[in-house]
Design a protein around this ligand. Structure first.
Ligand SMILES: [Zn+2]
Length: 322
């Protein structure tokens, strides 16, 4: 029988990625390009089709050998219609049928979902959550997204937004969030919010931020989540404290989800999750404090190991499942 492939696309706020995989989900050829903030819609679509052309020719694959395309999108998605509703970070990606674009240009069928749902599906199919029927996937990076697998299936809810734990309230009248509200989890535990908090405290004259300031070359505006992570690794109490607070807020939100849905496990990915123990210990402590004492079982919170390919793997899994 002729070789068949799955095409996967990951349309994110920082990278466009494309790959070809075999039907078992093994990635054979991958290409990516950094998203430029000045791209208009036509330029975005040009770059996308160039990537597709490259991975097809990289495997000498013909369109008829493609079983289907899966697309992961870093924003709101109308799953039924295969359409991107909007991206908070990239305003030109608004109301676009990426699936139709691929179908019309290449002739094979495309399916699409948001990156958080596909992150959950990737963990369920290829990652740490194989065989776990009820879990929450959380991605903590510049923002915070979440996806749910319930009874072994992606749970999308009534409008496709199920699992959006980043915009649940964890601190009344807390700091402003990208969504326009205040005190959301994303405003207290994302990489962006950690950096913002550090800047505020240092600008307020707190001397404990000296190491962080040093690591950013003395330029307060250059402080990022990564700077704080580096300082925390060197034992800097100021940064450790920021991660600890972020972990506690994450634990609070995750505990509500577990209580509501009786989840077995939680898996966390995204750049901030690379902080490891300094973030995961306070999360677990918070869960131990907030979950019910009976039944006596500990809900484990584990780190995602799928790395930057998680979106592509989720898109592959979406096609595999038909
Ligand atoms: Zn919000």
């Amino acid at each position: 029988m002729k070789q068949q492939y799955i095409l996967a696309l990951d349309i994110g706020n920082t990278w466009l990625r494309a790959c070809l995989a075999d039907l078992r989900g093994k990635i054979l050829f991958l290409k990516k390009v950094a998203v430029q903030p000045f791209w208009n819609l036509d330029q975005s679509l040009d770059h996308l089709s160039q990537l597709v052309d490259k991975v097809l020719s990289g495997c000498h694959a013909k369109s008829r050998e493609i079983k289907g395309a899966g697309i992961s999108f870093g924003g709101l998605v109308d799953y039924e219609k295969g359409r991107a509703i909007l991206s908070h970070n990239f305003p030109v990606w608004k109301d676009i049928s990426f699936c139709r674009f691929i179908e019309e240009r290449y002739g094979f069928k495309a399916v699409m979902d948001n990156d958080a749902n596909l992150g959950a599906l990737a963990e369920y199919t290829f990652g740490a959550m194989k065989g776990v029927k009820n879990f929450l996937y959380l991605t903590v990076s510049t923002g915070i997204g979440g996806g749910l697998i319930l009874a072994g299936k992606v749970y999308r809810g009534s409008t496709g937004l199920a699992g959006e734990i980043g915009h649940t309230l964890v601190l009344e009248n807390g700091p402003p969030c990208t969504c326009g509200k205040r005190g959301c989890l994303e405003a207290l535990a994302s990489g962006t919010s950690l950096a913002r908090r550090a800047k505020e405290v240092i600008k307020g004259g707190n001397r404990n931020g000296k190491m962080v300031l040093g690591l950013s070359g003395g330029n307060i505006e250059k402080i990022t989540g990564k700077t704080l992570f580096r300082a925390a690794q060197m034992g800097d109490k100021f940064s450790l404290n920021l991660f600890r607070n972020a972990g506690r807020y994450l634990g609070m939100a995750v505990a509500q989800a577990i209580l509501l849905l009786d989840l077995e496990k939680v898996v966390i990915g995204g750049g901030v999750a690379n902080a490891g123990k300094i973030l995961f210990d306070p999360i677990q402590e918070m869960l131990d404090a907030l979950l019910l004492p009976e039944p006596k079982r500990q809900v484990r919170v584990v780190r995602s190991r799928l790395g930057e390919k998680v979106g592509l793997l989720g898109a592959i899994a979406l096609v595999q499942r038909g």
